[in-house]
Structures are given as C-alpha cells and as structure tokens.
Design a protein around this ligand. Structure first.
Ligand SMILES: [Zn+2]
Length: 157
C-alpha cells in the first residue's frame, strides 16, 4: 500500500497549516489550524479573532494561551478535528485533491515530537507508537467523500 508520510510539497494540502479559506460553523478561517485553535474559546467573540490569523504558527501559539480552554479538551478535540476536516474538504477543489490520494495510508510525519496527531520520526521517538489521529481522520473523511460521490453517481444512472 502506498504511504504518504509527509504533508509537504505536493501533499501540503493535507496539513492544517495549508492556506485555503473555508467556513466552519458560520465563520471563515484562513486555514484549519486557525479553525481548530479557535474552538478552544468558549464564546463566539473570541473565536472571531482567529478568523484573521493567517499565520498558522501564530494561531497555534495563541491557542496555547487560550484561558478559556475546556477541561475536557483532550477528549473533545478529536471530534472537533474531524468536523473541521470535513468542513475543509467540503470545498470541492480540496475534496478532489484528497480523493486523488486514492487509498494511500496518510500520516503526518514530523520532527516536533507529535505522536498524537502524527508520527515523530526523531531518534527519541522512533520506537514510540504513534496514534496518528490526524491521518486517521483524513482517511475517514476521504472514505466519506468517496462514498458520497458513489451515491451521487448511482442516482444519476
Ligand atoms: Zn520526536
């Protein structure tokens, strides 16, 4: 099976840092990272500031300092990420790009020790088991898109 283990270059669009505006719960964000970090805020006014943060690194830093962070964040964040990726890849062009990865295994290889959302390949982490949560979510969304497309085609015939 083909494996995509780096969300860079031609696969940059799989990264949450990829710049492509989309609407999530009524607000347009410049990238998925900004949309995700905004969900750490409990009220809409605070979320709105993230719609202006074009730099995903900055959005991540802001999210770390979000004072209203919910106690159950670790638990709910996986489902929030799923909803965000669904919204991102509902943009037709992005959806087609995701589908073009076929049935390749998706995993965000990294060197910043993230074995929760991705898989760090540094010497210290290489023997750790990675949860690959983002990759799993992307593969799930891809399956959903593919099934929706099949249903559409069946309706037409
Ligand atoms: Zn590491």
């Amino acid at each position: 099976m083909e494996k995509i283990t780096s969300f860079r270059d031609e696969y940059r669009f799989l990264s949450n840092f990829f710049q492509y505006p989309f609407v999530f719960k009524g607000l347009q964000y410049p990238n998925a990272e900004a949309a995700f970090q905004a969900q750490k805020c409990t009220n809409d006014e605070d979320k709105i500031k993230y719609t202006q943060v074009k730099n995903p690194v900055r959005a991540k830093q802001m999210g770390k300092k979000e004072p209203g962070l919910r106690k159950d964040w670790d638990l709910i964040s996986v489902n929030i990420m799923l909803e965000i990726e669904r919204a991102k890849f509902a943009v037709p062009e992005l959806g087609e790009m995701l589908l073009s990865t076929g049935d390749a295994y998706l995993e965000e290889g990294n060197h910043w020790h993230d074995n929760r959302w991705g898989h760090c390949t540094c010497d210290k982490c290489k023997n750790k088991t990675a949860q690959n949560l983002l990759g799993n979510i992307l593969m799930q969304v891809r399956t959903e898109l593919s099934e929706a497309k099949e249903n559409e085609q069946q309706k037409r015939t």
